[in-house]
Design a protein. Structure first.
Length: 515
């Protein structure tokens, strides 16, 4: 770790600790650290870097020597730092920021103190490991009189001495959440979370009644779920993603975890042009609102008002307060690192992402993922994305192609195709993808005469407190000229029990050829 950064961290830490009345300071820790900071004093006299480091080190030693509870007078402290840092404005500002903290609410101050302490402890741990290794290297390599057995014994002792430094007392980054049964308030809070989930708070409802029933007692997507929508080629996978993208902001009032942020819905496409996806979203929302078909292929110049269309779609999808964002990415360059960076950037900009979809995750570059058996990199990619989005309470959806084995089932003309593939791992590239997601949806288009239907089937649904009735795990919707699959959340239930059957609102009678 850079000596300058160490000194700035030590001085800032000791100052911030002085703001917290009754708190012990980190004098012992910083005293150990300061001894490891070497300043090259053999440089040319008057070298500004050496002068600054020497002065800051003297200030840090002075602060370490002050008793716990010592309170620094801000003006004189900053004057001292100004003299220490000479004309290095950036270094002065780095330390000045700690003196400008708001002391009314100490919560962010304490969080910053803990962060600094963790940084210094990590540095201390690194120094301890290095010293242990140097010591072992000298004893094992430069003791020519030792026998082989003696060198082996010294090596074993070295490993025993090193072991305490290999584990840190800080919380493991792998732990997402925890519960201590001795903490009754924490237990009560966990029960409240369960009741909140059952109550439907934060659930995002979709535009079809049967689809919401298929999602279980919640009646929609839960925050933090990862949804996998599987289908054969040209069986409306992207259609479902676009439908969800417009339905969530249109039908749901944002349930905010952080009320100071702005709710956001994000679509990322790896193959479609933004102009095409945007027109598809506009067409489906317009037809839903006005009940009038838009034939995009027949639009002519002068018949379409671009500004009015922009105003309409913006107002429709932001009517409940959501910010809508859509991205087109180059899948050969788009890794999970790029995805996580985008999430972090949006959150840093003040957004709380409620729903995100990537069309398709399987097209993303798998650089950095585990490479083992066939398809393992895709499974690792899905696992990494789910771990990230779950922690951030982002509901995440991606379509995925079904495998050639599923295509063969279709060629054979099997009955009940959806029931044959759901929960069976019929996924292209990796059969085990369903093990990495929370909710599994299967889609399949069926054409009978001049009519086309879309079958929906539900596979696994992780984390449900009570099971979903089997009758709700399968339904059929019909493609219409307007829609293309009309929303029915606020009207008659347009789902069907079988392809060609009457709608549920009409009693759900069997198809005419099956009576």
């Amino acid at each position: 770790m850079d000596s300058t950064l160490l000194l700035v961290t030590i001085i800032s830490l000791l100052y911030k600790e002085s703001l917290c009345e009754g708190r012990e300071n980190s004098a012992e820790l910083t005293k150990k650290i300061i001894k490891t900071i070497k300043i090259n004093e053999t440089l040319v006299e008057g070298d500004p870097v050496t002068e600054i480091l020497t002065s800051l080190r003297a200030t840090a030693i002075w602060m370490i020597g002050n008793p716990p509870g010592y309170r620094y007078e801000k003006t004189s402290f900053l004057q001292r730092i100004r003299l220490n840092t000479l004309k290095d404005e950036s270094m002065y500002r780095a330390i000045e920021s700690c003196a400008l903290l708001d002391t009314v609410d100490l919560t962010p101050v304490i969080a910053s103190i803990n962060s600094d302490i963790n940084t210094l402890r990590e540095y201390e741990r690194m120094i301890n490991i290095q010293e242990a290794m140097y010591k072992a290297y000298r004893e094992i390599c430069f003791s020519n009189s030792d026998t082989i057995s003696e060198k082996i014994e010294k090596s074993k002792n070295f490993l025993s001495e090193l072991e305490p430094f290999l584990y840190t007392a800080e919380r493991s980054h792998a732990i997402v959440s925890e519960i201590d049964y001795d903490d009754e308030e924490a237990l009560a809070s966990l029960f409240r979370e369960t009741l909140d989930e059952i109550s439907g708070e934060g659930v995002m409802r979709l535009g079809w009644q049967a689809y919401n029933r298929m999602c279980g007692y919640n009646g929609g997507y839960r925050r933090g779920e990862m949804i996998l929508a599987g289908a054969l080629q040209h069986h409306w996978k992207s259609g479902l993603a676009i439908a969800n993208f417009r339905q969530i902001p249109y039908y749901n009032k944002p349930y905010m975890i952080n009320p100071n942020k702005k709710p956001c819905v994000v679509r990322i496409t790896c193959e479609n042009e933004l102009k095409n996806d945007n027109m598809e979203v506009y067409k489906s929302v317009y037809e839903m609102v006005y009940g009038t078909e838009i034939d995009i292929t027949k639009l002519k110049e002068g018949e379409f008002d671009e500004k009015e269309a922009a105003r309409f779609i913006k107002e429709a999808l932001s009517r409940n307060g959501y910010t809508i964002k859509m991205y087109r990415v180059d899948p050969s360059l788009f890794t999970f690192h790029e995805l996580f960076n985008l999430i972090d950037q949006l959150e840093a900009a003040g957004y709380e992402i409620h729903f995100m979809e990537v069309d398709y995750v399987a097209m993303m570059n798998t650089a950095g993922c585990f490479m083992g058996a066939q398809g393992s990199q895709f499974r690792d990619l899905f696992r990494r994305i789910r771990n990230k989005t779950t922690r951030h309470l982002i509901t995440f959806l991606t379509p995925h192609q079904l495998s050639p084995d599923a295509k063969e089932l279709e060629r054979q003309g099997v009955d009940n195709f959806i029931q044959r593939v759901v929960n069976k791992g019929y996924y292209d590239s990796c059969k085990g993808l369903d093990q990495e997601v929370d909710l599994e949806i299967a889609l399949h288009k069926v054409t009978v005469g001049d009519e086309t239907f879309l079958e929906f089937g539900r596979g696994k649904h992780r984390g449900l407190i009570s099971p979903t009735p089997e009758r709700d795990k399968y339904f059929v919707m019909k493609f219409e000229k307007i829609g293309p699959i009309p929303d029915d959340i606020h009207g008659r239930d347009l789902s069907r029990k079988r392809v060609g059957a009457a709608t549920s609102a009409e009693g759900g009678a069997n198809a005419w050829w099956d009576r």
